[in-house]
Write a protein that binds this ligand. Structure first.
Ligand code: ZN
Length: 263
């Protein structure tokens, strides 16, 4: 068992309401000693805050997810600024662009994403980015806000896009999709990324790994993502675990495992 951090999930999701404590214990038993919880809409920030405060090692992010565009209002960006000042979360997110789902106006998505990149600079916080069928546009916007740090969660772009994001100081995160043999491009990519350039995530309850198709994903399954990455790189899992845990701690400025978190 290795010390791991789930760099991206939605442990506050209603899908965990019935058994959150057992799912949390399973994650700890699997070596997942911290989790970074990404928000989706202003309506759900208070619940996310309560869930993160309820267990050691859970770190909240606050933001406006592009897939929840219908819920967002311009004043939510002002409310987000207040939450960032007051709560000092691990990051802003999840934010970004989704050109895959229908009926999400690209201009409105861009407004909210740019607004959150602006807040990231002003509050000196990293961004957790969702980029689905929109990696090039995400790169363009991140460039406009030079100096912003962050990660693209569940990266699914090309080698060229990966390189451009790393050049901008944006890390890439990988989870369940990598564990499916048919994900050949993704599995090729993980083989040669620099060790300080990527993170491991579950995106639970979404994107379950190949051993649990169609089921609810859990933070505990992060160990399966680790095993897959180690195998694809022909590396020692201990080395991958240590590097990715250090990467996520550095990006989100998380306290050291040795010092108990204030949460
Ligand atoms: Zn997510």
């Amino acid at each position: 068992m290795f010390a791991l951090i789930d760099s991206h999930n939605h442990f506050d999701d209603a899908g965990f309401d019935a058994d959150r404590s057992t799912a949390y214990r399973r994650a700890r038993a699997a070596g997942v000693e911290a989790q970074v919880l990404a928000a989706v809409s202003a309506r759900l920030w208070p619940k996310l805050k309560a869930v993160a405060a309820g267990y050691p090692g859970l770190y909240p992010c606050y933001g406006l997810h592009p897939a929840y565009l219908a819920e967002h209002r311009p004043e939510h960006l002002d409310q987000l600024a207040d939450w960032l000042s007051r709560e000092r979360p691990a990051a802003i997110g999840e934010c970004g662009l989704d050109y895959y789902l229908p009926d999400l106006d690209p201009d409105a998505q861009t407004e909210y994403f740019a607004g959150q990149l602006r807040l990231a600079r002003r509050h000196d916080l990293p961004v957790v980015i969702h980029a689905r069928h929109a990696v090039d546009h995400v790169i363009k916007l991140v460039r406009r806000f030079a100096g912003v740090r962050g990660m693209v969660h569940s990266f699914s772009g090309s080698e060229d896009q990966a390189r451009r994001l790393l050049d901008l100081g944006i890390l890439l995160s990988f989870g369940g999709p990598l564990t499916y043999p048919k994900a050949t491009r993704l599995r090729g990519l993980i083989g040669y990324l620099p060790l300080d350039g990527f993170l491991l995530e579950t995106d639970a309850p979404d994107q379950p790994p190949s051993a649990h198709p169609g089921q609810r994903n859990e933070p505990a399954y992060l160990a399966e993502v680790l095993a897959c990455v180690a195998e694809l790189r022909g590396a020692d899992p201990a080395e991958i675990a240590a590097a990715t845990t250090e990467n996520v701690r550095r990006l989100f400025r998380l306290p050291d495992a040795a010092s108990p978190s204030p949460h």
